[in-house]
Design a binder for this molecule. Structure first.
Ligand code: F6P
Length: 363
């Protein structure tokens, strides 16, 4: 198959490093292969609506260090269950995949680079099965994609979360308070676990280990008995009490995963205060974890992923995603990345290491 023009999109929640991928894809597609590059706007919405622009070397100049994505993104635009109506507001889900396929054809896109997390890559896989020459690039701050050691964006989110734990320490200590930091991650506890370890948290509550409130309190009171009159708890938004439910903030119609989590930190704080009388405060880190300048690690990884995506297209190796395995970048089936989410192993080495430090998981 001879390639003249490739398409590129960024879908799902934005993530630090997306612009580094765009830059790498555009530079190597044009510079090493002599292809043209069409960028679709707002994720798969741009493919359905035919919103796109030609990307050249000038378009990607100076974007390496910028957060967000110059192409825009969307986490509720699934062409197979499309909920935008003609006015652009929300309506009943329609299958608009044929319109998307026609637009790819009309724009003479020979291959499509899909940069996204599990939702976007699952859509990419469906288009691959429908005959589109798709290659994937794994992004998400949640780090919950299988088949790659790590996703880009995670390192930046982890740095922001760790910085927050560091900052909470001094104010927690000064006031002798319990400080709770709620971090993102959806159903995976990677950000919570690693920020808790790196920041020296006392309690880490993650989705993979449902917590018992009494055990959390026990850990805080044990510290107080040892003269440590403050405690820091890092809680992932997807954590839940044993036998309890997820704390859902909002339901987003048309999104591959319509649940938006949030609020479990407040629930925990209320419970701790009620049961112990200890003054407890909550910080919800939210989208700060996704915004701003990507770390050096994320720029480095996103760049290597972008270059690999172009290489996969040049080799005609479609249905594959760039992945980090050890220290090499490889092509792995997109299907393997999205079939099963990668979650923290409750009995794994990282959790055992945290326990060895005396960190409580509330279990
Ligand atoms: O998947 C990335 C992520 O930031 C999750 O950690 C979080 O649960 C979700 O997206 C938030 O989505 P939104 O930006 O739609 O609120």
């Amino acid at each position: 198959m001879s390639v003249k023009r490739i398409g590129l999109l960024t879908g799902g929640g934005d993530c630090p490093g997306l612009n580094a991928v765009i830059r790498a894809v555009v530079k190597s597609a044009i510079g090493t292969q002599g292809w043209e590059v069409t960028g679709f706007l707002d994720g798969f919405r741009g493919v359905v609506e035919d919103w796109n622009l030609r990307l050249n070397i000038q378009s990607v100049s100076g974007i390496l260090t910028r957060g967000g994505t110059i192409l825009g993104t969307n986490n509720r635009a699934d062409p197979f269950a499309y909920t935008y109506n003609t006015e652009g507001s929300s309506g009943p889900a329609r299958d608009m995949s044929k319109a998307a396929l026609l637009n790819l054809k009309k724009n003479e896109v020979d291959a499509l680079v899909v940069t996204g997390g599990d939702g976007t890559l699952t859509i990419g896989q469906k288009f691959f099965e429908a005959g589109v020459a798709v290659v994937g690039v794994p992004k998400t701050i949640d780090n919950d994609l299988s088949a790659t050691d790590i996703t880009f964006g995670f390192d930046t989110a982890l740095s922001v979360a760790t910085d927050a734990v560091d900052r909470l320490h001094s104010t927690a200590e000064s006031h002798r308070r319990v400080m709770i930091l709620e971090v993102m991650g959806r159903y995976a506890g990677w950000i919570g676990l690693r920020a808790g370890i790196a920041g020296g948290g006392d309690v880490i509550l993650i989705p993979e280990i449902p917590y018992d409130l009494d055990k959390v309190i026990e850990a805080i009171e044990e510290r107080a008995a040892r003269g440590k009159e403050f405690s820091i708890a890092v809680i992932s938004e997807g954590a839940r009490p044993k036998g309890g439910e997820l704390t859902v903030r909002k339901f987003v119609k048309g999104s591959p995963d319509p649940l938006r989590l949030g609020g479990v930190g407040n629930l925990l704080a209320q419970n701790i205060e009620e049961k112990t009388g200890l003054e407890t405060r909550v910080t919800v880190l939210g989208h700060l974890q996704r915004g701003g300048i990507p770390t050096a690690h994320d720029r480095w990884l996103a760049t290597r992923f972008g270059i690999k995506a172009v290489e996969l297209i040049a080799q005609g190796d479609f249905g594959k995603m760039a992945a980090l395995r050890g220290n090499s970048i490889e092509g792995v089936p997109i299907k393997d990345a999205v079939d099963k989410p990668k979650r923290v192993d409750p009995r794994g080495e990282e959790v055992r290491a945290a326990r060895a430090l005396g960190i409580s998981f509330g279990d």
